[in-house]
Ligand binder design. Structure first.
Ligand code: PBG
Length: 327
């Protein structure tokens, strides 16, 4: 018999050989921790569909941010859950609103040691749960919403956010936010744009996390799961409007889109491993059906391999802890 001319198995023979041959690594600074702060809480409140994730009090949020610095994470992405909601989402614009107070508290806690990101979207603040305000027919009104996003952006910059994450998928949102920030003197506050954001069933647990009031769906503004090419026009628009970084969301069901975006983007690309992706792995692991740590690591490696420079993941701190411990 003739021997195989190439034996790829040679590079897999020992852990040291596999470590040397690894094409990429996960580093803590590539991880961004999404975190929820809820108004009026006295104790952190567990989110049942996201075991291990909580709605934070102001104090526990500050502690999570301090730990993120300790672990060397790249950033934290903040979401707020207000006590009262209205049709216009006023609590999002109010400098005293829960998200803006959360941003300020985190900034006071960690300064510039961690990139503080915040969600620019109305769904946590509206009583109807949509990402924008509604017109007379009950459709999300794109341009009326943009004006409010501009005001939200200024309030978040004022509170101390370094980077704003518009996630509402309104057309023109990056341009309006850029313009608002520059006009208000926040030229250095950057924008991480949710460029390709799909209408996904995997957001389910997040809706519990923010006590969402949504009835119906977001299909008139978030993208259709069937579409790959359309992501590129969203990316081109966001870049032309001034996005400093891009996000593809969700991650695991959209790795092809992520690879396309990573291949064409001149700015850093992030992917959001969302609540449902977290919940699936936690649920399977809790049942003893998969090895939790191996599955988490593999899922994040897959997202990085598809082209994400950074990953928003609810496991950010735990993963960084594992990296710190080594192995
Ligand atoms: C909108 C927003 C959502 C998520 C992040 N920002 C919900 C949605 O679009 O319905 C979902 C994140 C997750 O599922 O982990 N503000």
């Amino acid at each position: 018999m003739s021997f195989p001319a190439r034996r790829p198995r040679r590079l897999r023979t020992t852990p040291a050989m596999r470590r040397l041959s690894a094409e990429l690594v996960i580093a803590p600074q590539q991880l961004i921790l999404p975190a929820f702060v809820r108004e009026g809480l006295s104790e952190p409140n567990p989110i049942s569909s996201m075991p291990g994730v909580v709605q934070h009090t102001m104090d526990s949020l500050k502690a999570a941010a301090a730990q993120a610095v300790e672990l060397g994470l790249g950033g934290i992405m903040l979401f707020g859950i207000p006590e009262t909601r209205d049709a216009m989402g006023s609590a999002g614009v109010d400098p005293d609103g829960i998200l803006n107070r959360g941003i300020a508290a985190v900034r006071a806690e960690v300064g510039d040691e961690l990139v503080i990101m915040s969600d620019v979207c109305l769904d946590e603040f509206t009583d109807h749960g949509h990402c924008g305000v509604l017109d007379a027919k009950g459709t999300v009104d794109n341009d009326a919403t943009l004006q409010i996003y501009g005001e939200m952006a200024i309030a978040q910059a004022e509170a101390g956010a370094h980077m704003l994450g518009p996630s509402g998928m309104m057309d023109g949102q990056v341009a309006v936010i850029r313009q608002a920030l520059d006009t208000a003197g926040y030229q250095d506050v950057s924008i991480i744009a949710y460029a390709a954001k799909y209408a996904s069933a995997f957001y389910g647990p997040f809706r519990e996390a923010v006590d969402s009031q949504l009835t119906g769906d977001r299909r008139t503004y978030q993208m259709d799961a069937a579409n790959r090419r359309e992501a590129l026009i969203e990316v081109e628009l966001d870049l032309a409007e001034g996005a400093d970084m891009l996000i593809v969301k969700p991650a695991m069901s959209y790795l092809d889109v992520l690879a396309d975006v990573a291949a064409m983007s001149p700015v850093p690309v992030s992917a959001y491993q969302i609540s449902g992706e977290y919940a699936m792995i936690e649920a399977a692991a809790a049942n003893g059906w998969i090895d939790r740590r191996a599955a988490i690591t593999e899922s994040v490696l897959g997202i990085r391999r598809a082209g994400a420079d950074t990953v928003l993941t609810y496991w950010a701190s735990e993963l960084a802890q594992w990296l710190k411990e080594g192995k």
